[in-house]
Design a binder for this molecule. Structure first.
Ligand code: ZN
Length: 197
């Protein structure tokens, strides 16, 4: 189990799946650019199943392969209508601008307000090789951007402006030294409660 990632029993009757340890801030795998997937085979399907299991255990709404240490362009998500996987996702269009809180399974306990495009068009493939084109806004649109960032080795703190990024990094540094950062954290957030991704 990863320190700081809360474990609760997920509601689906999965049995016998493996769950990964979610890689957390400071792990170099989170900074690398993931490679495109060329074949969907049994190993990839098993990876997807295990990533879904890991996401449920961590009570997240989305999870990208690098977060379990796998350098492939793939993420899974579940917005309460069943688990889905997207292979080789790309954001091909974006518009608008929205400030909202986000939380990341790889940076446990840190919730930060970030400005991102409000609406995106995501292209990718499902596990059957069908091309997907999904327009998404609100939480889904932000989650897609957050997951594609993970595939490019980008963490949400890099989407902050310089001042707020320094503030967030100071919180992470102080926490690593065992200091209480709760007073500093108020500056980073508004009032969101979306699940981490
Ligand atoms: Zn994340």
């Amino acid at each position: 189990m990863t320190p700081g990632v809360e474990w609760v029993a997920h509601p689906l009757p999965y049995t016998g799946r493996m769950s990964y340890v979610v890689r957390t801030y400071g792990d170099p795998v989170l900074r690398q650019v993931a490679k495109p997937i060329e074949n969907v085979d049994g190993a990839l399907v098993q990876l997807v199943d295990d990533m879904v299991e890991t996401m449920y255990e961590a009570v997240g709404a989305g999870l990208a392969a690098p977060q379990v240490g796998v350098q492939r362009r793939l993420f899974v998500y579940d917005l309460d209508d069943g688990p889905k996987a997207i292979i080789n996702p790309e954001i091909v269009e974006s518009s608008g601008e929205l400030y909202h809180d986000e939380a990341c399974l790889s940076i446990p306990g840190l919730r930060i307000g970030i400005v991102r495009p409000e609406t995106v068009l995501l292209k990718g493939f499902d596990l059957d090789g069908n091309e997907l084109i999904i327009e998404a806004d609100d939480f889904m649109g932000r989650m897609f951007q957050h997951e594609v960032d993970h595939l490019d080795g980008v963490l949400m703190i890099e989407r902050l402006d310089d001042e707020m990024r320094k503030h967030a990094l100071r919180i992470l540094r102080d926490r690593a030294m065992g200091l209480d950062t709760s007073a500093m954290e108020a500056k980073l957030v508004s009032a969101g409660n979306d699940r981490p991704v």
